[in-house]
Design a binder for this molecule. Structure first.
Ligand SMILES: *Cc1c(COP(=O)(O)O)cnc(C)c1O
Length: 467
């Protein structure tokens, strides 16, 4: 490469405002420049090879450098790089993909609405459910209930649906008509309670909120089957069936945000399947194209689709790039790879359980508490004294300390507060899981030594000797 890392960092720092970034703290060191990817690895501009334990940003499910996806994009770019779907027109990949996705989603679903991201698709959900209730003559049913620490994107509506307090602190969010209940975080909120009972109790907060708002005003509940950006919060098994029961009881629509959980991440086509929920709408993005090109959308259940199509008139909503032919062609090729390689079955039956066992064993590390996975996502908590369930002072930003050790040791792991999370590509083999876990151990040891030398953790917490 003819440019140097420093040249790119200088351009970047002078002109590029990054997402979710404190630029003052970045500009001193300069951004890491990622230049190449292959399989489960990425390389930076200094030639350092890094195991991508986050699949880009929960999306590169089939791994980097897949010729099938590249060829599909190239072919479609040559034939028809773009045409819109506004003027009673369509294109071949968009129609074929809608058929394919609804087929995978099952019986209850009949249609797809396309956008280019998860955020736009959640905005679509809000507009669609409100239009649904207006069409049915119940316009007062407009309130959407969501959860604290949820992530549903970063547009005005997506950030409002989300429950990130740091996001709500800027720009007057949430917008009106969106309210939140607590998340079902057993380890963080009630570790001493029976997990199943806690799940029922947490779902009960939805019913309380419905009654508080007034059942006749509630349009929908939205939730991620497993909260991703909130720190990989895996709810108790009892949670989603109870949420479903409550939605049914009050006739409110259920939206599952499958942006991370969809297309194989948990070992199923959609996370809600495994969780025992029967959503009316499902948001997708990320894994649908393995991140090779932006595409998102909403899978629309028959309950909503029939009303919109039969009685709704024109739904005055859409995007220039709704049903983008190149993105849809890449998605079709991506689904082909997932099916041909049996990635979903492999995650469910083989690599997912393998990762779960390895991850659980991390709990023998003095720094690690509450390590669990589901399919190809996992999260663990860093604790100062796990025997007494005492965490670190949040201002120390221990997660960031750990993340930096991961980078230094050739592993991408993300920090959410003191939760460290992974979401490796679905193509990850058992050998690659071993390699990743070996690096995780090295990073945990390095973090522990660092924290002890800073005096943030007792020195008598010895690193356990391992074979
Ligand atoms: C990433 C994400 C979104 C937002 O998707 P963008 O493509 O970044 O707009 C929405 N919901 C969930 C669950 C996500 O993980």
């Amino acid at each position: 490469m003819s440019v140097t890392t420093r040249e790119i960092q200088a351009l970047d720092s002078a002109h590029y405002i990054h997402p979710f970034t404190d630029h003052k703290s970045l500009s001193g060191k300069g951004a890491r420049v990622i230049t190449r990817g292959e399989g489960v690895y990425i390389w930076d501009s200094e030639g350092k090879k890094i195991f991508d334990g986050m699949s880009g940003l929960w999306c590169v499910n089939v791994g980097y450098g897949r010729k099938e996806l590249i060829d599909a994009a190239t072919r479609q770019l040559e034939v028809l790089p773009f045409y819109n779907s506004f003027f009673q027109t369509t294109n071949i990949p968009a129609a074929r993909l809608a058929d394919r996705i609804t087929g995978l989603a099952g019986e209850r679903f009949s249609h797809v609405f396309y956008g280019t991201s998860g955020s736009e698709s959640n905005d679509t959900n809000v507009r669609m459910v409100r239009h649904y209730w207006e069409t049915l003559g119940q316009p007062e049913r407009s309130v959407i209930i969501s959860r604290k620490n949820a992530y549903h994107g970063s547009t005005m509506c997506g950030a409002s649906l989300g429950g990130m307090s740091s996001m709500h602190a800027q720009g007057g969010l949430p917008i009106p008509g969106i309210v939140h209940i607590e998340q079902p975080y057993h380890f963080g909120m009630a570790p001493d309670k029976d997990r199943g009972e806690f799940g029922i109790e947490a779902a009960g907060w939805l019913e309380q909120k419905i009654l508080e708002v007034g059942p006749e005003k509630v349009a929908a509940f939205i939730g991620e089957p497993v909260q991703g950006a909130g720190g990989v919060i895996i709810p108790p098994k009892t949670y989603w069936p109870e949420i479903q029961r409550i939605c049914d009881k009050y006739g409110i629509l259920l939206i599952c945000d499958e942006v991370i959980c969809g297309f194989g991440r948990l070992g199923s086509w959609f996370g809600s399947e495994l969780m025992g929920a029967k959503p009316d709408l499902m948001t997708f993005a990320k894994g649908i194209t393995s991140g090779y090109i932006p595409l998102g959308g909403v899978v629309v259940g028959k309950r909503v689709a029939e009303v919109l199509i039969e009685k709704g008139g024109e739904f005055t909503h859409g995007f220039t790039y709704s049903g983008h032919p190149v993105a849809c062609a890449v998605a079709l090729a991506n689904l082909d790879v997932i099916e041909r390689e049996g990635l979903i079955e492999r995650v469910r039956e083989e690599t997912g359980p393998y990762l779960a066992r390895q991850f659980a064993e991390l709990s023998d590390h003095p720094l690690v508490a509450g390590a669990e996975t589901m399919g190809m996502v996992g999260g663990l908590v860093l604790m100062k004294d796990k025997s007494r369930h005492i965490g670190f002072d949040p201002s120390l930003d221990v997660g960031m300390v750990c993340r930096n050790h991961c980078f230094a040791n050739g592993l991408i792991m993300r920090a959410v507060g003191d939760r460290m999370i992974i979401a490796p590509p679905l193509i990850c083999s058992k050998e690659q899981i071993d390699e990743m876990m070996e690096r995780v151990r090295i990073c945990m040891d390095a973090t522990l030594a660092d924290l002890q030398s800073r005096g943030w953790m007792d020195a008598d917490n010895q690193v356990h000797a391992r074979a």
